[in-house]
Design a protein around this ligand. Structure first.
Ligand code: ATR
Length: 275
């Protein structure tokens, strides 16, 4: 039997770790898949997607800058992708419709809960940022029933818009928005979803948000400790994590959506950490 074809689409795409991650999943599970990386022209995302599925492709991951376009292009969306406003997973259903899913939030929550043993239920959570990355994870985070979720952003209006959008998902959690300099009380969990670290910048937070019990998660990952995680450690955080586990957990969830088989993530996280 010949392999079934999957790919990640982005621009640029040459640094993507997804082909390596998915080939390890394929090897481990014995699923007959081939997974490649495709660079779509900036103005040619839709054409690239249609061509891929027309050519017999089975599933796509979508990355920067096309996640919002993937969400718009789809004929239908998984429930968890609806409010995310962005999709990282595409496939065709039995009727040949293009389905969009978003596994990023699932990946973040699973990395925190299953890999790091961090409980979100009843926790006071501070989320930094209000862009696409944060919007993509808020639903699954709120599903864990935190006591409160505070969204802090440089542009406060964007954080406020997210609290309005996710008001229905908040349940008993207190959902609020503010600027970076406003929170001065300790949080149990702080999630950095800004792209500030990419520029080596730090959101100007009051150090009181961190105590000896605070867990910090930077959705970015890098070989060195991220700028934000280093700041958290310098201010006495209990533990800091970067987004490598989230990257591999979102990939595993896409693999499960496509193939119906969930790969083991721990060996892949170890392998990629040392890659
Ligand atoms: P992504 O898809 O990575 O979320 P995005 O939608 O452009 O990208 O959002 C980037 C986020 O990082 C935003 O919350 C942005 O703040 P603004 O909404 O005020 O633009 C935040 N961000 C980017 N650079 C930043 C910096 N240097 N300091 C603080 N926040 C920054």
């Amino acid at each position: 039997m010949s392999n079934e074809l999957y790919a990640v689409v982005g621009h640029p795409i040459n640094h993507s770790k997804s082909p390596k991650i998915h080939s390890q999943f394929a090897q481990q599970t014995g699923e007959p898949i081939e997974y490649t990386a495709v660079q779509a022209p900036l103005e040619g995302f839709a054409a690239t997607v249609h061509q891929f599925f027309k050519g017999g492709g089975k599933g796509l991951n979508v990355t920067v800058p096309f996640k919002e376009q993937a969400w718009e292009l789809a004929d239908c969306r998984a429930v968890r992708a609806e409010k995310a406003g962005a999709a990282n997973t595409l496939y065709q259903n039995q009727e040949g419709q293009l389905v969009a899913d978003n596994t990023d939030g699932h990946g973040l929550v699973r990395d925190l809960l299953a890999n790091h043993g961090v409980q979100l239920k009843g926790a006071h959570i501070l989320v930094l940022g209000a862009g696409g990355a944060v919007r993509g994870v808020l639903g699954p985070v709120l599903e864990q029933q935190p006591a409160s979720l505070t969204i802090a952003n440089r542009t406060v209006a964007k954080a406020e818009a997210l609290t309005t959008l996710f008001a229905d998902e908040a349940g008993a959690a207190t959902l609020s928005a503010c600027g970076f300099d406003e929170p001065d009380q300790p949080f149990d969990v702080i999630i950095n979803g800004t792209s500030a670290s990419l520029q080596g910048d730090l959101p100007p937070l009051c150090a009181n948000v961190i105590t000896a019990g605070t867990v910090v998660y930077d959705m970015m990952y890098s070989l060195q400790t991220t700028t934000f995680n280093q700041w958290a450690l310098d201010n006495g955080a209990l533990r800091v994590f970067d987004g490598l586990g989230m990257l591999i957990e979102q990939a595993a969830e896409s693999f499960r959506v496509w193939r119906g088989v969930r790969p083991e993530t721990a060996p892949v996280i170890d392998a990629m950490r040392n890659d």
